[in-house]
Design a protein around this ligand. Structure first.
Ligand code: DC
Length: 212
């Protein structure tokens, strides 16, 4: 039997509601919450700030290799720090980061590096980790896999309600079609569509599906 701490994996498309669900599930379980999208966003922020063209995979690869990224735990969740600076929500969700993040996330070397960082976070203890490839690539052996979905209309209206000018459909297209670990429903994942249920109902469905 494995003695590794459990990892609840929560994957799904942009603005599907998975962050809100994952945060509440982590709180209910007393597990540390890890938002891996913020790790890709932090890397994107660092690369753009270095003046690198996000369309140039070679330039992104070179710049990303020199980025020092840390994930300290504060109040039950990981933060993202670049060279000692803790990124704010405004920095992580800026229009320029929204536009470039899928370009950065499709570079295989960036993914390899961040996947290794994500696996190392198991040293913290039990985790709820959300992203695009957590159940398929980062922790494929976890028996606790969830895939959160919502209709495209619901996702676009959630994003605009948050005040972000974010091309959800375009980001999804790139995240699903990229060569390096595209967004998929992981094998063995329980699919929860939360288009027409409340956040509390979705959290209940996740907790009910887990065999912890
Ligand atoms: O969860 P989010 O919308 O904040 O993620 C931002 C982007 O990061 C997303 O469009 C694709 C990328 N991402 C990824 O490729 N793999 C992950 N595990 C998490 C996010």
């Amino acid at each position: 039997m494995s003695t590794a701490p459990p990892v609840v994996t929560i994957d799904g498309p942009a603005a599907s509601g998975k962050s809100s669900i994952a945060r509440l599930v982590a709180r209910r379980l007393g597990f540390t919450y890890v938002n891996t999208g913020n790790m890709y966003r932090a890397m994107t922020w660092a690369v753009i700030n270095a003046g690198v063209d996000p369309h140039s995979a070679d330039a992104v690869r070179a710049a990303a290799a020199g980025v020092v990224l840390e994930s300290p735990v504060v109040e039950g969740r990981t933060q993202v720090c670049v060279a000692g600076h803790t990124l704010t929500d405004a920095e992580l969700n800026s229009d320029s980061v929204n536009k470039a993040v899928s370009l950065i996330a499709r570079v295989a070397e960036v993914r390899e590096r961040l996947v290794a960082d994500q696996r190392a976070l198991i040293a913290i203890g039990p985790l709820v980790m959300e992203g695009r490839d957590i159940g398929s690539v980062v922790f494929p052996d976890s028996p606790h896999k969830i895939y959160v979905d919502a209709s495209e209309e619901v996702r676009a209206s959630r994003r605009s309600a948050q005040g972000h000018a974010d091309q959800v459909a375009e980001r999804d297209r790139m995240d699903k079609q990229r060569k390096a670990s595209p967004l998929v429903i992981p094998e063995g994942a329980k699919v929860i569509d939360n288009s027409h249920i409340t956040l509390e109902q979705a959290v209940e469905q996740v907790i009910a599906a887990l065999k912890l």
